[in-house]
Ligand binder design. Structure first.
Ligand code: TYM
Length: 338
């Protein structure tokens, strides 16, 4: 997409390396990113600073950050066409994050559902970073003057807060930040857990979660055990209210095959859940097979991955630096002499 100056619009998104990527991350986010590379100037990163809000095993955390990069590339993100980097390698994120902390209100942060969910899950470690997390996320986005933020439904609230902070800052100091928009897919934006279809698929519930690196056998097993609904009808029909389990499976099937809900209902008419569940499992396993194989091959190639994230951080820094300098100047910090 080009503006009047013939400059591509900017897409930016990130995922926390808090676990291996799962089907929700893929269908809600990464799958949609690969197709955007020609039309937009794209920045995608591993949100490793955000991940520190929950305690991590340092060795495993380090492994996951580069494994996630390999998975990004295996999902079709070409490092020549997309800027791929680790958030912690571009120090401007932390710096702008601090500044934006001072322009984000306590009341706004208190309303964030991710904060409420994570504080409930980590009651022993409700740290300041968990609370101010959205200010850092706003910095991630605003540093690159992003036009669009491709995310799943659960990140809409953080994107709205980013807009509010950008508008507040612009009103105080004059046009500084592009006000971004969330870019949320119509299908796949909210994939639910296979073991509990009323809560979203997440790494913290591994039995209901399909990981990109799962083998086809593991995937088949998880789908066979997927919780369906206890209604007497037992037919494949899209009805998220009354049939959340089947509707979630339909959503997944629609996302991986590109079929419509009506088409899926017709395909499984009279066939029941016993046929439907393994069919969804097979379709997912076939979609993920080349991704898993390619990612596994790349994870072993540490030199290549290092080249990619080094170049990515250099490209990202060049853009981030310009915005940060502008912000420092606007708020009245004395210009750095060196
Ligand atoms: P995170 O790491 O929890 O999730 C990464 C992306 O995956 C999407 N997603 C889902 N989509 C559909 N169904 C699900 N069950 C599901 N679970 C996760 C998320 O919506 C997201 O797009 N705060 C962000 C990371 C972040 C970020 C950013 C994103 C940090 N800075 C700047 C965009 C821009 C997060 O925790 O996502």
């Amino acid at each position: 997409m080009e503006t009047e100056n013939n400059v591509k619009k900017v897409m930016l998104s990130g995922i926390q390396p808090s676990g291996d990527l799962h089907l929700g991350n893929y269908l809600g986010a990464v799958k949609n990113w690969a197709a955007l590379a020609e039309e937009f100037d794209c920045f995608y990163f591993m949100a490793d600073l955000h991940t520190l809000t929950v305690r991590q095993d340092p060795k495993e955390f380090r492994r996951r950050a580069t494994a996630q990069l390999a998975q990004y590339i295996a999902c079709g993100l070409d490092p020549q066409k997309n800027t791929l980097f680790l958030q912690s390698h571009v120090h401007e994120h932390a710096e702008l994050g601090w500044i934006l902390n001072c322009y984000t209100m306590f009341g706004e942060l208190s309303r964030m559902t991710q904060f409420k969910d994570k504080s409930a899950k980590n009651a022993e470690n409700i740290n300041g970073g968990l609370f101010t997390y959205p200010a850092l996320m706003a910095a991630d986005i605003l540093l690159y003057q992003a036009d669009y933020v491709p995310v799943g439904e659960d990140q809409r609230q953080h994107c709205e807060l980013t807009r509010d902070v950008a508008i507040r800052f612009n009103n105080l100091y004059g046009e500084t930040f592009k006000v971004p928009e969330a870019y949320i897919p119509k299908v796949g934006a909210r994939i639910m857990s296979l073991s509990n279809p009323t809560s979203k698929m997440s790494k913290s519930d591994p039995t209901g979660c399909v990981f990109l690196m799962d083998t086809p056998e593991e995937i088949a097993r998880k789908f066979k055990r997927a919780v369906t609904d206890s209604d007497t009808e037992r037919c494949v029909r899209f009805d998220p209210e009354n049939k959340p389990g089947v509707s979630n499976l339909m959503n997944i099937y629609a996302s991986v095959t590109g079929r419509s809900f009506a088409g899926i209902e017709a395909e499984f008419d009279g066939k029941g859940y016993g046929t439907f569940k393994p069919a969804v499992g097979d379709a997912v396993a076939e979609t993920l097979r080349p991704i898993r194989e390619e990612a596994a091959r790349m994870i072993a190639d540490k030199v290549y991955l290092k080249d990619v994230y080094t170049e990515g951080a250099q490209r990202a820094s060049a853009v981030a630096r310009r915005t940060l300098r502008k912000v420092y100047k606007k708020v009245g910090l004395v210009e750095k002499p060196f």
